[in-house]
Ligand binder design. Structure first.
Ligand SMILES: *[C@@H]1O[C@H](CO)[C@@H](O)[C@H](O)[C@H]1NC(C)=O
Ligand SMILES: *[C@@H]1O[C@H](CO)[C@@H](O)[C@H](O)[C@H]1NC(C)=O
Ligand SMILES: *[C@@H]1O[C@H](CO)[C@@H](O)[C@H](O)[C@H]1NC(C)=O
Ligand SMILES: *[C@@H]1O[C@H](CO)[C@@H](O)[C@H](O)[C@H]1NC(C)=O
Length: 444
């Protein structure tokens, strides 16, 4: 039964791809979960890092159709070997922040699905505060802003494991090529090379904090993020031993998308307890499966698309940006987005109280994914790549929020790579402008 339903759905998706590439909205519909699992069968080498958006999954399904699905096991086996995990450990060695993890974070598997965040009846998600003098249970332990923003980050210079047409450059190269700077507003800029035409890769920047942590709160305020056909920015956290130590994508999307996607990628054993967003207590929409194990699902991960249409891309930028927040505590991992006009005052005041923030966009509860087992020693990362496994593969896709018309239609160029190489000026919006990144730890 499942198989035939899948087949029908795949066939519909394919028919849409082949017959009506310009419009309609097959993409926008919530997929049947088994389809997505199946869709990842052929998705072996690419995108070890990034979760699949619906459209990409369908593209993958499209490619996978030519394959014999009984090869799934062998493909999965190869995954473990000949794909380079994107999230390679910091070559200089990440050190765990000494006192961030306790052993008392065990979860209670029998307890109901977490709906803590945003639930008025929820109990405290954090250790009780020592006194009533401050409502915030968090201490700021790292802050990156202003002229010293770029102190405390490693500049990754390896090849892009997601196969983008970028070359990540070191700090001095980035500076001398004006790819990084601090602007007059005191905000950090990270750009891609906009030389009119290049024959190979464009220079870009990927940075990761020296500081690492297990559990805590990350708050990032930006006024602009990379957008436009070909772009694929991400703000995320990652451990040293992927996927064993997990990956949390806080901000991510491609091309002209307008809704942020937050995703976790983990070792085997972590899942979402439900795909029912009401039961999960989130405002976003599940875009993939509920098994978050990277190597069991072609690295689909557990992705959640934010409901706000100004949470990503041009709409985000036109609204003056906003704040993304990721809380990793014993209740699970949660992500919130606040547009510029609705940033909670406790965040602005530097005394965050997540219990006051309402329903998160995304939440992966501890009940089915122990956040201190599946995530460890994360550093914070910004990167911008171009094309590659996600932005490139949905180049001709339509019907994703913000990309109702495909980039192929919009640009008149058949492939992402061709467009990006020959139209540097079109990448002028592919930059981050970040006010600050703050990392908090719970008060002990
Ligand atoms: C797939 O492979 C299996 C095992 O080799 C075989 O029995 C089956 O007929 C194949 N299916 C297709 C569609 O080729
Ligand atoms: C993966 O690599 C390990 C060691 O490098 C090897 O023992 C194993 O057979 C490989 N697995 C596959 C499926 O190639
Ligand atoms: C870390 O924890 C240990 C033992 O719990 C304690 O002795 C030490 O002072 C703590 N260090 C910091 C920086 O809090
Ligand atoms: C989703 O969960 C809510 C709350 O638990 C429940 O009331 C609702 O019936 C569920 N919806 C579906 C389709 O199962």
């Amino acid at each position: 039964m499942r198989l035939s339903l899948n087949t029908i759905f795949l066939a519909l998706a394919l028919a849409h791809l082949l017959v009506a590439p310009a419009n309609a909205n097959v993409w926008g519909q919530v997929p049947k979960r088994p389809l997505l699992k199946r869709a990842t069968v052929g998705f072996h080498r690419s995108a070890l890092r990034h979760s699949a958006g619906l459209a990409r999954d369908l593209r993958v399904a499209f490619r996978a159709l030519g394959r014999n699905h009984s090869t799934r096991a062998s493909l999965a086996g190869r995954d473990n070997n000949d794909s380079k995990p994107f999230c390679v450990s910091n070559p200089s060695g990440i050190q765990q922040h000494p006192n961030t993890t306790t052993n008392s974070h065990s979860t209670s598997p029998g307890s109901p699905t977490g709906t803590k965040h945003g639930s008025p009846s929820s109990t405290s998600t954090s250790a009780p505060s020592a006194s009533g003098t401050s409502q915030s249970n968090f201490n700021l332990v790292q802050s990156y802003s202003g002229n010293t923003f770029f102190s405390g980050w490693d500049f990754f210079t390896g090849g892009d494991p997601t196969n983008g047409v970028v070359q990540f450059v070191d700090q001095s190269t980035a500076q001398s090529n004006n790819l990084i700077s601090i602007n007059d507003a005191g905000n950090a800029i990270m750009r891609v090379d906009t030389t009119p035409q290049v024959s190979g890769n464009r220079a870009s920047v990927r940075i990761q904090t020296h500081f690492s942590f297990t559990g805590g709160l990350v708050i990032m305020d930006s006024v602009h993020m990379p957008t436009g056909c070909g772009s694929w920015p991400a703000f995320w956290t990652n451990g040293p031993n992927w996927p064993n130590t997990g990956e949390i994508d806080i901000v991510e999307g491609v091309n002209d998308y307008t809704n942020n996607q937050a995703t976790i990628h983990t070792n085997v054993g972590c899942q979402l307890p439900s795909s029912n967003v009401t039961a999960l207590g989130i405002s976003g929409a599940i875009v993939g499966g509920t098994n978050c194990a990277a190597l069991q699902t072609g690295n689909e991960g557990c992705g959640v698309r934010a409901s706000q249409t100004n949470s990503f891309g041009a709409a985000f930028n036109n609204n003056g940006g906003g704040v993304f927040s990721m809380l990793w505590d014993q209740s699970g991992v949660a992500v919130w987005f606040f547009s510029r006009g609705s940033i909670p005052s406790d965040i602005t005041a530097g005394a965050p109280v997540p219990d006051h923030w309402g329903t998160p966009s995304a939440f992966w509860p501890a009940t089915t994914c122990n956040p201190f087992q599946f995530f460890q020693n994360h550093g914070v990362i910004f990167d911008t790549t171009l094309c590659g496994d996600w932005a490139g593969s949905v180049w001709t896709a339509t019907g994703i929020p913000g990309q109702e018309q495909s980039c192929a239609q919009r640009t008149g160029v058949a492939t992402c790579e061709q467009f990006v190489r020959q139209n540097g000026a079109a990448l002028a919006e592919a930059y981050w402008e970040v006010k600050n990144v703050q990392i908090y730890q719970t008060k002990s």
